[in-house]
Design a protein around this ligand. Sequence first.
Ligand code: CMP
Length: 137
Amino acid sequence: MTEQTLVLVKPDGVRRNLIGEVIARIERKGYSIVDLKFVQPNESLLREHYEEHVDKPFFPSLLEFMMSGPMVAIRVEGDRVVEGFRSLAGETNPTTAAPGTIRGDLGRDWGTAAIENVVHGSDSTLSAERELAIWFK
Ligand code: CMP
């Protein structure tokens, strides 16, 4: 079923010149990029985006990390792309993410409070709809 998801190239990915690498992996998999922009998010946008994490102990460092530089927001379309991009991204922690995935191949574990894992991908079709409305207002 054709659907859309939100992919973010996080500030670490932009700083490390990995935008093209992330886009290439999305396109090689057969998904289409249908909208894309640079964003410097403010705190209220991130609180909305991460509403399920605002009370977690790591939230302040996550906020600091996500505001540390520009990000690229990408609207990606394809068959089962929500699940498919999660699979391309690999698990949250780059140390244990499988080789072959974006986080497994490119993510670095700096041992800092926020996990810097290069990309974000929506975790369900419902989240994708909610998040796309936030980032592509
Ligand atoms: P993301 O897929 O964008 O969703 C939530 C983010 O919070 C996650 O990527 C990580 O960057 C961060 N995160 C999740 N769990 C932890 C954790 N236990 N400690 C620090 N950061 C985390």
